[in-house]
Design a protein around this ligand. Structure first.
Ligand code: CAA
Length: 289
């Protein structure tokens, strides 16, 4: 079945959707990136081109490949444009109701053979699968930002996910040159549960004036060898994204360490969402993507 996966539709042209579409196009899959907003789609294509240029500068791809890779990505505002795609991946905002509705709509559009994947950071794959008539073909494919650089693919197996769908996911991971981990469908999976716990503690430490943002980050980069401190990473991922993941974890696991810190809520309310808006725990130059 895996060899039959040739075409991919990615819904949601935000940071993750753009990165996922790029990763598939680089791995030679014909890819359609879908979003309601044309502006968002154009922004995604610009981001993809600038990422590919960086990769070419570093000799990771040839300069001449940029056009070919971008040429494999078609953008569209219509989900129903390619109903016979082999793989459908949603990378829309982290809200169960939105994702459930997206899967219901997609279920009516795509052919029965199409495998459905969610890039959710921690919502239940089993619940998303139950919104479709093909729960055995629904799986979690959790990517990491920046998708073209991060090696991990977290594969999440729902209660109804078939062995065949897991094989397809493992095959996809190999094609994209990622390392896969396979995780049971439980809130926050492996990565978000650990990542959010550390990020929220770092924000609470900032609230308690334990140290500056720079020094809290240095504690983890220089003391623990992390490539990036938890506050800078929250800026990269998006404060709104981490707030949404934290709220889901607090709700599903009921543990107080997942209660979003007041400072995070305040900053999101003020539009300080991190790198994408130019302000988070740090200041960012938004003219450079
Ligand atoms: N495409 C191509 N190249 C990129 C890029 C992109 N999207 N983003 C950065 N780069 C390049 C930079 O241009 C830079 O190139 P040079 O070395 O030629 O200057 C190179 O990558 C290294 O970047 P930086 O010098 O800016 O910084 P760095 O050495 O710290 O590396 C990093 C950047 C790879 C992002 C590294 O800091 C890192 O691994 N950080 C942790 C990221 C992480 O934890 N991601 C997971 C977030 S959680 C998530 O995504 C899941 C979720 O559910 C929300």
């Amino acid at each position: 079945m895996e060899n039959e996966i040739k075409s991919v539709v990615v819904a949601g042209a935000g940071t993750m959707g753009a990165g996922i579409a790029q990763a598939f196009a680089q791995a030679q899959f014909e890819t359609v990136l879908v979003d309601l907003s044309e502006q968002q789609l154009n922004g995604a294509l610009n981001k993809i081109t600038s990422s590919l240029k960086k990769l070419a500068q570093k000799g990771k791809i040839a300069e001449g490949e940029i056009e070919t890779i971008v040429g494999r990505i078609r953008v569209s505002t219509e989900l129903k444009e390619q109903p016979d795609a082999d793989l459908f991946i949603e990378a829309i905002p982290e809200q169960l109701s939105l994702k459930t509705e997206m899967f219901q709509i997609a279920d009516a559009i795509f052919k029965p053979h199409t495998v459905f994947a969610s890039n959710t950071s921690g919502l239940s794959i089993t619940r998303l699968a139950s919104a479709t008539s093909r729960p055995q073909k629904v799986i979690g494919l959790h990517f990491f930002n920046p998708v073209p650089l991060m090696k991990l693919l977290e594969i999440v197996v729902g209660e109804s996910t078939s062995k065949e769908s897991l094989h397809v996911a493992m095959w996809i991971s190999k094609q994209l040159a990622k390392e896969a981990i396979v995780v049971r469908d439980s809130p926050g999976f492996a990565t978000s549960r650990l990542g959010i716990a550390m990020a929220f503690e770092a924000i609470r430490m900032l609230e308690d004036k334990v140290a500056s943002a720079e020094d809290i980050d240095k504690a983890m980069t220089l003391g623990y060898g992390h490539p990036m401190g938890p506050l800078r990473l929250t800026d990269l991922v998006g404060l709104d994204v981490r707030l949404a993941i934290g709220e889901n974890l607090r709700h599903s696991l009921g543990q107080t360490q997942f209660e979003p810190p007041a400072l995070l809520r305040e900053m999101v309310k003020e539009g300080k969402l991190g790198q994408k808006t130019g302000r988070g725990f740090y200041l960012w130059d938004i003219s450079v993507s």
